[in-house]
Structures are given as structure tokens and as C-alpha cells.
Design a protein around this ligand. Structure first.
Ligand code: PLP
Length: 397
């Protein structure tokens, strides 16, 4: 036994963590210091797109770490160039800038939009975002987010963001002023509890942006890189954004994010953006391994197939336990419990060896590895069935 609880005093308290240490991961499974095994349907918050410690990534990291770890952000390196051209080609966008987190990729998107407004819209800088949106935890990304209560956390609020309800094109249209430069949304709101808008929503935001000469910024930090069954979630809707951000699954477990932009939005000049670690070959080599795997023949079809399997199984236990709104796309799925007991469900599931997430008091989110097997999905559903039955029973007695 290690002494997690005494050593954890050296960590700043940012969240309640169970008093154990995780020591090993393989595929869909995670082991703690006591040898207990967990079926991981969170995967580091949709980060480990290929599961824990996949060979493709450990090989890429191993090889790259013996070749070149960081030349300098002011010099080219091969994995960065390779990954940039793959992402540009697959998205239909022109250029890419790499960073280290989703928040940072969104900061870059916000800076790019403000610069574009200076050059093309007489200094317009306001970005319209949505209530309950999650764009990250740096100050600008927090101000762009619509998480309830966040406005009061670290005043003063950064000017330049206005908010409207999600999945409401009319509200977006009414909020546009001469100071508006961009519309920024998640194709599916992840942290809000997997909120899936009508397919027509992105399409009408694209039209709205074109009518008013605005940039459409899509935050695909959670939905990108195969999570929804297409490489980018925007592919479901037949549109292309002007600016796109990726993170989480892109690095497959290592810190890597990207901001992609269409030619008309690529307006940075030397000195406008940087970052010591941006595009370092160790992280971009891992990103290349992820992108090559996710783009390989049959991979995305299997995400769609497993996503459907997961949803079908969820629907069977939904009928049994009165679960509501089973929703999601690909391997990003969520549902509502008939009572606000999601934290209890998450806690009991963890005790029984299943890791899931409760993004809202009554909702559960699942984001397994993109290569999780149907047998693992069935195991997770079986555990979930037991956990929900027990939790609902305890809550009603
Ligand atoms: C997680 C997330 C972010 C923030 O990413 P970090 O890597 O935690 O900074 C931004 N946007 C969305 C949609 C996310 O899910």
C-alpha cells in the first residue's frame, strides 16, 4: 500500500479524488495500486482515444524520444509538418497551429478571430457563444464558456463575449451586432451533458455567419478525431467551419491540441502567437499515430457500429429503469436518470469497477475508447444495470 492520502496534501485541492493511486492502464482497463481493475468509460475525459497505453502511441513516443524531443518552437520538425498537413487535408481547412490543451487551442481561435475583426470588420471583437458551453479554464476560455456560476468566480470578466441559448438559431441571429466577429459553438455540448442539436443547427449557423460576414468557430475538442463516428463532427452536417479546435483525443493521452483555420481566417503575423512547446515532435508524433489509426480503413465505421451498439444496450436498460433521453453520437453518449442521483451512480459504479462521469446532477456521460470492443460495452452495461438498480432503490427507500 502506498500512502496516497498523506502525500496528496502536497497537491492543490481542485477536486475530490478517491484516496487511491492508479498505477497501470491497458486498453479499456485501468488498475489501482491494490490490483483492483476498472473498466474505463471516461478514458481521461475522452482523451485516450485508442485506450490506455496503445502500442501505436507508446511506439511513436519511444522512437521519437530517442530521435528528437524538442528542437525549438522556432525550428521545423517532421512530425509537426506531417500532422499539420494531414489535419489540413482531412478538414478542408488551410493551416494549423498546435498547442498543448483544448483551452489553449480556443485561446488561439479567439485571438485569430479578434485579429480578423481588426483587419476586416473595423475592430469588431465580440464572439457569440452559448449558455452551458464549455471551452476551457484559461481566463478567456472561461469567459467564452457558459457554465452556470463561472461569471462570478474570477472577476473581472473579460469583455467580448455574449451568450445565447444553445441550438437556437433565432437567438443567435438576434444577438448579432456591428461589433460581432464570430459565432463559437460545440457541435455537441459535452460538459453540459451531451446535448445534441438538430443537424440543421450547424447548417443554419453557417448560413448566418456567411450572411453577416462572421467567422464560424467550432470547438471540437471533445467531438473531434473520430469520437462521433466521423473524423470531425461537422461532417454530419455538410458544412465547414472557418476555425476549428481539436484537443483531447488528438494526442491519445498526451497534451496536444490544434487550431485549424480556413484561408480567409489565417491572419496571424509574426509575433502574434507562440508557445514554448507548440508542435513539439514528441507530442505531434503521438498525434500522428492517433490520426493514422483513426483514419485507417474501417476504424470510423467501427466507432459508428459500436456507438449504435452502446445506444441500443442503453435503451434496453432505459426501459427497465425509467432512464430518459438516451442521446449522443458515436462513442459520446449520455442519458438522464429519473432522479438527481448521478453522483451516487458514479460513486457506486467506481466501487464496482466501472468509471463513468456525471456531468449534471441527473445525467451520466460515457466516452469509452474508440476501439473498445462490444464485449467491453456489454460488460459496462451489465455493471451500469446493477448500479442504477441499486442506486434508485436506495434513493426511493
Ligand atoms: C475539455 C474541453 C475543453 C478544454 O480542454 P482542456 O484540454 O481541458 O484545456 C474545451 N472545449 C471542450 C468542448 C472540451 O470538452
Amino acid at each position: 500500500m502506498t500512502n496516497t492520502s498523506s502525500t496528496s496534501n502536497a497537491l492543490m485541492a481542485i477536486t475530490a479524488r478517491p484516496p487511491i493511486t492508479m498505477v497501470r492502464g491497458q486498453g479499456s482497463w485501468l488498475w489501482d495500486e491494490n490490483g483492483k481493475r476498472y473498466l474505463d468509460f471516461i478514458q481521461g475525459w475522452a482523451v485516450n482515444s485508442l485506450g490506455h497505453c496503445p502500442l501505436q502511441i507508446s511506439n511513436a513516443l519511444c522512437t521519437q524520444s530517442k530521435t528528437l524531443i524538442t528542437p525549438s518552437p522556432a525550428l521545423h520538425n517532421a512530425p509537426q509538418l506531417g500532422l499539420a498537413s494531414k489535419l489540413a487535408n482531412s478538414s478542408g481547412l488551410q493551416q494549423v497551429h498546435f498547442s498543448n490543451s483544448g483551452s489553449e487551442a480556443n485561446e488561439v481561435a479567439i485571438k485569430l478571430a479578434r485579429k480578423w475583426g481588426q483587419l476586416n470588420k473595423h475592430g469588431a471583437y465580440e464572439i457569440i457563444t452559448t449558455f452551458n458551453a464549455f471551452h476551457g479554464r484559461t481566463i478567456a476560455a472561461m469567459c467564452a464558456s457558459g457554465k452556470p456560476g463561472w461569471d462570478e468566480l474570477f472577476p473581472p470578466i473579460l469583455p467580448g463575449f455574449s451568450k445565447v441559448p444553445f441550438a437556437d438559431t433565432d437567438a443567435m441571429r438576434s444577438a448579432i451586432t456591428s461589433n460581432t466577429v464570430a459565432l463559437m459553438i460545440e457541435p455537441i455540448q459535452g460538459e453540459a451533458g451531451v446535448i445534441v442539436p438538430d443537424d440543421n443547427y450547424l447548417y443554419s449557423l453557417r448560413q448566418l455567419a456567411d450572411e453577416h460576414n462572421l467567422l464560424l468557430i467550432l470547438d471540437e475538442v471533445q467531438t473531434g478525431v473520430g469520437r462521433t463516428g466521423t473524423f470531425y463532427a461537422f461532417e454530419h452536417c455538410g458544412i465547414t467551419p472557418d476555425i476549428l479546435t481539436l484537443g483531447k483525443g488528438l494526442g491519445g493521452g498526451v497534451p496536444l491540441s490544434a487550431t485549424l483555420a480556413a484561408e480567409r481566417a489565417c491572419c496571424f503575423e509574426y509575433g502574434n502567437q507562440g508557445g514554448t512547446y507548440n508542435g513539439n515532435p514528441l507530442m505531434t508524433a503521438a498525434g500522428l499515430a492517433v490520426v493514422e489509426t483513426v483514419s485507417s480503413a474501417g476504424f470510423l465505421a467501427s466507432v459508428t457500429d459500436c456507438g449504435r451498439h452502446l445506444k441500443d444496450k442503453l435503451l434496453t436498460i432505459a426501459t427497465k429503469h425509467g432512464l430518459l433521453n438516451v442521446r449522443g453520437r458515436g462513442l459520446l453518449q449520455g442519458f438522464d436518470l429519473p432522479a438527481p442521483c448521478a453522483t451516487d451512480v458514479q460513486t457506486l459504479a467506481f466501487e464496482l469497477g466501472l468509471i463513468i462521469n456525471a456531468p449534471r446532477p441527473a445525467s451520466i456521460r460515457l466516452m469509452p475508447a474508440l476501439n473498445a470492443s462490444k464485449a467491453e460495452i456489454d460488460d459496462a452495461i451489465m455493471l451500469l444495470d446493477t448500479v442504477i438498480e441499486q442506486t434508485l432503490r436506495d434513493n426511493t427507500h
